[in-house]
Each structure stands twice: as structure tokens, then as C-alpha cells.
Design a protein around this ligand. Sequence first.
Ligand code: ADP
Ligand code: MG
Length: 687
Amino acid sequence: MVMDKAHKEMRAYLMEHESKQILEEQGISTTGTRMAGSADEAAEIFRALGGPVALKVLSPSVVHKSDAGGVKLDIRDEEQVRKAFEEILSRFGDVEVVGVSVQEMAKPGLEVIIGVTRDATFGPVMMFGLGGVFVEVLKDISFRALPIGGDEAQDMIEEIAGHALLEGYRGSKADIPALKELMVKVSDLVMRVPEIAEMDLNPVFLYPEGYKVVDARIILGERLALLPTPRGDQNFSKLLYPKSIAVIGASGTKGKLGWNVFSNLVDHDFKGKLYPINPRADTIRGIKAYPTISDVPEPIDVAIVLVSANTTPDVVRECCECGVKYIVVESAGFAEMGEGGKMIEREMMEITGPYGCRLLGPNCSGIINTHSNMVQSIGIVDALSQGNIGLISQAGVCAAGMLWGLRHIMDFGIVATIGNKLDINETDMLEAVSHDPNINVICMYLESVKGGRRFIDVAREVTREKPVIALKSGRTDAGKKAVTSHTASLAGDDQVYSGIFRQAGIVRARDYEHMFNLTKAFSKQPLPSKDGVFIITYAGSLGVISADAVTDNQMRLAELEPENKLRLMKLLPEYVGGLNPVDYTFSQDADTVCKTIEIGVDSEDVGSFIVVLQAEILGSYVEPLSRIDYRGKPVMACVAGKEFAMEDVISMEQAGIPVFSTPEECADAISAMYHYRKRVKEGQGSP
Ligand code: ADP
Ligand code: MG
């Protein structure tokens, strides 16, 4: 009804009484929806309500009522009601006023805001925050993509810094179950009525029992387009483990990209068959070449395309006609170059679609799968060890020396570059890589998400089993959007992503280095099951810093049991101070550290270790530390100045113990692992 009327009048903005009517129909409690057209009607509503009231202007052209002087509060007698009514009418004499809302005056409560806006990627998202300065100045807000259930509402509430206020502070206390129910009802409403583009419930008053929605506005918009569903076969095992690869544009000339890609496959001993395609060569790297892919007599699982962008569609068509199901376009010069390139991309989608052929890229650097000795990269890649890390990213992250350096201290299983994500996107790849039994940890570098809502659903499934660490860079210009609601103006790209990553159980990395630090820790060490950390150090200051870092990261110092304390005291020289951190003051060696760790392993309260080691004798620790049975408790080594002891650092890393330069990095990694386990794997809510 309300919406039909708005449609007829070509209005997107639903006034307060209309918005509240929609809410009331959901069983949401508001301060009232009644409207007075005259002073007499205002007086009548006042008498019927039988208590103090608020009067507010109702006009399709007044969005911020109090700013314009259209809100009169706490009116207690009939004469004042009539007077307020007349005042509002005369103040808004020059705009269309449909009437005046006369509503119950809500008793004071804790003010919160619940808002909904549409995110370009994820569709409807909800915002929650405390009212007033908390939102305006501190931006203390949380986001989730809709729909949400009660647990997610709880998570949103706990995520804001001010949530302690809701749980009871100086007598203020909020009915959290009622608040959660309200949030879920709003979510249900928005999912059921896709025309709702934006909504602000601002403020909502929370009470020790129940709540009242004091003000509401809804903005209507076009129905959201259906989110893209995956396009065809989602089983990518042949793409990740092909038995045969054709390289179209393979070259025998050193320095050319066609040389690099083909040589990577040859030099890493790809386990399947290789077919270089080049009309001007008989053999490349000693392997028989074919003029076109149609000349190859055997079936081909994957075709890598390296020809120039404008000839790519023809080559893609030929691949499709030959029955190739996976095409990796590594050439550049497509959407990233503007409209012309976008046209070629659309053409490739049209060609591949009917064949059910899937396309990776363009503008990517192929896939590395160390478990099948497959390196499709555009740059020459040195020897890699086989590992359990799945890295999904734009091509660039894998360039710039990243693999060259990290291969010494990290073991990659699959490195999948997705480039322009024309067809196969980050979500498809996440799903595919997560199914690979060789992969235990997934690291993603994202500049955008093309999978939309499906990204959240897939990631949520994946993260229950395997940790996903993601770095999101590149902010869209939120300021460009036409913004009517408060929520939309606060929905900066970045905060929405933080909410969505949490919702999906993804560990969000702050920056490039953090992403690899976390990936390294997750891939080498088990997840701590307790939050107690045991610190062993050779220098007091680093022990103190470690202890601070542990608490700063929502972990705590472990407390040894009396018998373990005794064992430890027997071990310690006289001048050693505390029992956690244990500070060996430069008398530390591999033997003492091992014995100390063993006591920690026996202690119930110890969930993990931070071991601060001297760079100058780091090598002497490698073998002894790697021999200990940690019984599932992770250990992180902190080595100040580690960049000057790289050889030993590499040995330590290869022995499976991550090495960081600062105590903060160690504590951060341990905390991320512990909280991932609690929150995502065991589903116990936010820390
Ligand atoms: P707007 O946001 O359009 O300026 P509101 O309806 O939110 O107008 O009113 C402004 C402020 O007045 C609210 O933030 C709230 O503090 C107070 N207020 C409005 N209506 C009521 C009411 N029915 N009971 C109690 N306080 C109210
Ligand atoms: Mg308001």
C-alpha cells in the first residue's frame, strides 16, 4: 500500500509515518504512525495516546526533519499540541506538507542506529552503531551483508568498540535479544522487499526491556539485478591438474614471453604432455611444435594463449572447436586498456559460452601447481618446493620478486592468478583450490570481488575447514554515489569489506607483509587451542614487549601449574626473574630453551610459544627446536635483526618454525590463529 502510493507519486523517499507503517507490519515496535491533517486531529491523537507526544513534519521534501525545525518534543497538553501543529505548518509553508506526525514520546534509552544500504558488490548490507557522536565522529560501526541471522546480529553488536555500553555500564543496559530480533526482522524485510534500497532507523532507543524505533526512513530503488550464478562446470580439477597443455605462442627465442612460459613448463618437469603451438617452428625446447592447435592429434586439457589481444578471439574459437575446456589467456591488452579491450573480452565470452569452455584471465600469469610440477608463469620461476599454501591473486602480486624471495621460506601448492577475472573469478578459484587436498591454507590478494554474494557463501564454507587470509586493496570512490541516507554515506568500501570478511570467516590482512606473515604462520604451525602464551627470551626488554604484545592482541600470559613452576625453577639460574616471560638474560642456549619448552608443552595452560632467539647464534637452535614434540602447540620465533641472519632464518623456516623480526608480529600471528579457531572453526562468536 505505502509503496504503491510512493510509486504512483514517483517518490523514492518514504516519509517517517510510511516507513514506520512498513516496520509495524513486520512486528517492529515504533513510536507510532499516526498523522494529523488539522490541529483538531492532532489534539484527538494526543488524547488517544494519553501521554506526552512528539510532533514532526511529514513532507516528501523534508528528509532531515529536526535540522529544518520540524520536530517538537515532549508536548504534554492539548493547547501546546495545537500550537506545535500550527507552528510546524507555518514554518513549512513553502513546501508540500502531507501532515504532521503525532506520536508517543519515547522515554530516554540507549540510542543506536540500524541502517541498510546497497553495496555495489554484495547487494544489501546492514550497518549497526551507537547513535550520536559514536557514529558521526568515531565511525564506530559494523557491517554485514544481508540476510543475517541472530548469530551475525550478535557479532555485529559485539564488533563495535562501544558495545560494553549496551551490556550494562553505570546503570544503562540494553535488551540485546530484542535488539538482535529487530536486526533480523529488518534483514528479513529487506530480503523480502527488494525495492528497499536504503533504510535508516535513526535513532532506535534501547531499554532494559525492549526497544522503540523513534525515527525511520526508507528509500526505494530499482529491484536489484539477480547476482551472477556460476557459468557452467565448477569442477576445475582438470584446470589445476591437466594431463596435457598446449602453449599457443610458445617461442624458441629467449626473452620472449612465449619462451618464458614454455620454458617454465619444461624446466619444472611438468608431469603431463606439452604441445608448443607456433607456425614458424618445428621444435621448441626439443619438443615437437604444431602450426595450430587443430593440428595436434591428441586431446588437450588446457590451452595457454599468448598471442596479441586482437587475435585472441580467433585462437579462443579454434581451441573451443578442438574441444579444449580450459583456456588460460595470459596476454594483456584487454579491459585494463579501455573500451576496445572490453569489446574483445565480451567477444571471448560469447565464443566460449556455448562450448561450456571456461576461461582464466585475460591479463594473468597462469597457474602454478607444484604438486604436478606445473608452472605457467610469464616470468621465469626458480625451483619451488611442494607445499600446502594456495595463493589466489591478480598477476602482479606474484611478480615483483615475490615468488623468487618467498619460495625460500614458504611452500606453495597452488598459485592461481586470475587477472581480469573475465570468466573464472576469485570465488570460483577459492572454491576450486579449497577442494584440493594438498592445500591447507589459502591466501588471497583482491582488488575487487566479482562473485558478489556467492563469495561470502563460498568463503564461509571454506573457512570452516581451511583458513583464508585475504588482503583487499583499492578503494572505490564511495563519495561518487548519490547519497540520501546516513547509512549509505558511512558505507565506505573498506568498512563493508571488513564486515564481510568477518562474516565469511576470512582473516583480513592489513597489508602486503601482514598477508604473508599470517599465511606463513598458518601454513607451518597448528592452531592454538588455548589463549595462554608462554614467552621465552634472552633479553628482558624483548620479553616485556612480547608480554605487552600478547595482551594487546587479546591473548594472555599462560600461568604454569605449581609442579611445572617447580620444574622450571630448578632449571633456571639464580638471576632469572619471572616465570613467564622466562628471561635467560643472554645465558640462553638451545638446550635451556628446549627444556623450557618441554615444561610448557606439559602445562595445561600453555597454548602457544613465543621464543625470542639471538640472531647471532640462530643456527644452533634449528635442529634442537625442530626435534621437540610440541603436542599440537604452535611456536613462533622472534629474531631481532633477522634480515642479517638470512641463511639461518631460512633453515629455521624450512624446519617449520616461522621467524618474525618483532614480538608484535609473533603475538599477532598467534592471536589470529587462536581466534580463527575459536570464532570460525568452533563457531564461538567474536573475541
Ligand atoms: P530527523 O532525524 O529527521 O532530524 P528525528 O525523528 O530523528 O528527526 O528526531 C530528531 C531527534 O528527536 C531524535 O534523534 C530523538 O532524539 C528525538 N525524537 C524524535 N522523535 C522522538 C520521540 N517520539 N520520542 C522521543 N524522542 C524523539
Ligand atoms: Mg532521525
